[in-house]
Design a protein around this ligand. Structure first.
Ligand code: G6P
Length: 610
């Protein structure tokens, strides 16, 4: 979703903005632009399409300036076009605004401004805000105050940056609901929608909170609330290195991230397993364990892949910790007036920690007094900061839009939480130790699956022209079926559905013929025999079958067209292994179809608007 980057300092901002926008490309976007102000001119350059197109435009102009802002837009109001791209301007073309979020009351604000003679050239909500700031600028004669007054009238969400020819010594930035982070340099300062755009320049960052406005000068910054009260912000040091946000020799971030999984899974567990006690140690939950253990119910809420991880969490927590669990889409949770009490623990799972629906669901649960726990990857993200407690998954930056290593690390952390709660309730020491042993073996087992990449690529080649897929699994592998189908949809644009295998008989079986491949996730667990019956039912209807099975399973191998074998593990950890071949199948099919794997059409890495 929209990317923001801003620079003020002695260097030429142009290459810094372009490089920053490239680092934000992974968020998903459809147009890009920069606004630059120097001593002689104010210039806005925008284009539909890629940052590389913008780069050509900008470098052709040979502009040199120490003040500029850049933006990648993910269209909400108005189609992707040069006119709708940001920055948006005031009439005099002296004030430039970039925005991430949605101004919900933009139509009523627009009507008021039209009455005053303001004219609009784009279809966007953002242009309304640019003119509203201009309106207050004329009244207040201060960019900061103009932004503050304008934002007081805005309903909706925003992360914005504004620059103005009349006050060339600053960038004004404000946030409500859409992330913004300041980067503190030496005689230069930065602002961006996420730290990836900054870390090549500085590791010192300041996270803006909702309702805060910053004035960023080249050698200092000040922060106030939207009510004009001064606030002192803490400076944090980020640990992410530039090498972590490059492809490291792989053709795509997605492949790098799939291949990273032995490390990311290991990192998610590192220092958290206490073998002697058969338990896990989670510093982020310290002081909250009793309340979680005594919860009457655990709710898990999330979106997309994180929601699938939540489903795995439900199975684990109910089976081993014996606490009732419900899993819900954050987008539904926030609007359906759920019954939440102080006795509930609500877990919010989000790779980015910025998903608007998940963040809003958390605010709702907090209001109702529930204990709110975050499971996030991005350190310092909004959900991580605003939850009562939580656990980082430590998977490292995930850049590919289709989530892979975050999913397996999320499941690993859910297993750690399950182990902690289960041991404090009924799980025996040997059972706890068995889980720890299996967790420790995961890294090796994941490596064994990744070694089959070439074979998996060949199998992918045999399915790449299919138009529809069905993914079926039961128990712990049902969420994996959903996740496998989602991966394929996201990056190969092939229609795919995930279903509980037994539900097939209640509808999807009607779709099965020799054109409809069925992917079974059929590991040796308590429902293995039942899944075999489901496989027979598909065979009887001439469906092509690809099955993910355990090593040594010859029974299924003899029944289906292709198998990919994964090592056996503890049943609750199975999804960590079975999902990996499905990630690779989706990846290879998309590559073979010549698609943009890392930035699939229409998708955003982090959905920061509703
Ligand atoms: C977007 C991404 C998905 C992701 C989902 C939730 O839709 O494209 O890959 O699973 O958001 O993101 P989160 O950061 O909250 O896990």
């Amino acid at each position: 979703m929209c990317g923001i980057v801003g620079y003020i300092g002695d260097k030429n901002c142009v290459p810094i903005l372009i490089e920053g926008l490239k680092r934000l490309e992974y968020r998903g976007y459809d147009s890009a632009g920069v606004g630059i102000i120097n001593s002689t001119e104010c210039k806005v350059l925008k284009t539909k399409g890629k940052v590389s197109e913008l780069e050509k435009l900008v470098f052709a102009e040979q502009i040199d300036s120490g003040l500029g802002i850049g933006h990648t837009r993910w269209a909400t109001h108005g189609e992707p076009s040069t006119i709708n791209a940001h920055p948006h301007l005031n009439k005099d073309k002296t004030l430039f605004l970039i925005h991430n979020g949605i101004i919900e009351n933009y139509l009523s604000l627009k009507k008021g401004l039209e009455k005053e003679g303001y004219e609009f050239i784009s279809e966007t909500d953002t242009e309304v805000l640019a003119h509203l700031i201009d309106h207050y600028l004329k009244l207040k004669n201060s960019l900061f105050q103009a932004v503050r007054y304008a934002l007081n009238e805005v309903e909706g969400t925003y992360g914005i940056c504004v620059i103005y020819n009349g006050e060339k010594d600053k960038i004004v930035a404000a946030r409500k609901g859409s992330p913004l982070v300041l980067g503190i340099g030496n005689n230069e300062n930065f602002v961006a929608s996420d730290v990836n755009a900054l870390i090549a320049h500085t590791k010192q960052v300041v996270y803006l909170e909702d309702g805060e406005i910053a004035e960023i000068y080249k050698d200092h910054f000040t922060t106030k609330t939207i009510a004009d009260e001064t606030i002192i912000k803490e400076i944090f040091e980020v640990e992410v290195g530039v090498d972590e946000i490059t492809k490291g020799g792989y053709p795509h971030f997605m492949l790098k991230e799939i291949m990273d999984q032995p490390d990311s899974i290991f990192n998610s567990m590192r220092g958290r397993l206490v073998y002697d006690e058969g338990i896990s140690k989670l510093g982020g939950l310290q002081g909250f364990e009793e309340r979680i253990i005594n919860s009457k119910r655990i709710l898990i809420t999330a979106c997309g892949t994180s929601w699938h991880a939540g489903l795995v969490g439900e199975y684990m927590l109910e089976q081993y910790a014996g606490i009732p669990v419900e899993v819900e889409y954050a987008s539904e949770f926030r609007y359906r007036h759920p019954i939440i009490t102080k006795d509930d623990t609500v877990i919010f799972i989000s790779q980015s920690g910025e998903t608007a629906d998940t963040l809003a669901a958390m605010k709702e649960a907090k209001k109702k007094g529930a204990l709110c726990l975050g499971i996030c990857n991005v350190v310092g993200s909004s959900i991580a900061r605003e939850s009562d407690a939580g656990v980082y998954i430590h998977a490292g930056p995930e850049i590919g839009v289709a989530s892979t290593k975050a999913f397996t690390a999320q499941i690993s952390v859910l297993a750690l939480i399950t182990l902690l709660l289960a041991r404090r309730r009924n799980l025996s020491l040997p059972e706890g130790q068995e889980i720890i042993n299996e967790m420790r073996l995961l890294t090796k087992k994941v490596e064994m699956i990744l070694k089959q990449n070439e074979n998996i690529e060949k199998i992918a080649g045999q399915y790449m022209n299919c138009k529809n897929f069905l993914y079926l699994g039961r128990g712990y592998n049902f969420p994996v079926a959903l996740e496998g189908a989602l991966k394929l949809k996201e990056i190969s644009y092939i229609h795919a559905e995930g279903y509980p295998a037994a539900e097939m008989k209640h509808g999807p079986i009607a779709l099965i013929d020799d054109d409809m491949p069925v992917v079974f996730i059929a590991t040796k667990d308590s429902v293995y025999d039942k899944v075999i019956s489901n496989i027979q039912e598909v065979r009887a209807r001439k469906g092509r079958i690809l099955a993910i099975v355990n090593e040594g399973d010859e029974q299924i191998e003899n029944m289906v067209d292709h198998v990919i074998k994964v090592p056996k593990t503890h049943n609750m950890l199975t999804p960590i292994l079975t999902v990996i071949p499905l990630q690779l199948i989706a990846y290879h099919i998309a590559v073979k179809k010549g698609l943009n794997v890392d930035q699939p059409r229409n998708l955003a890495k982090s959905v920061t608007v509703e």
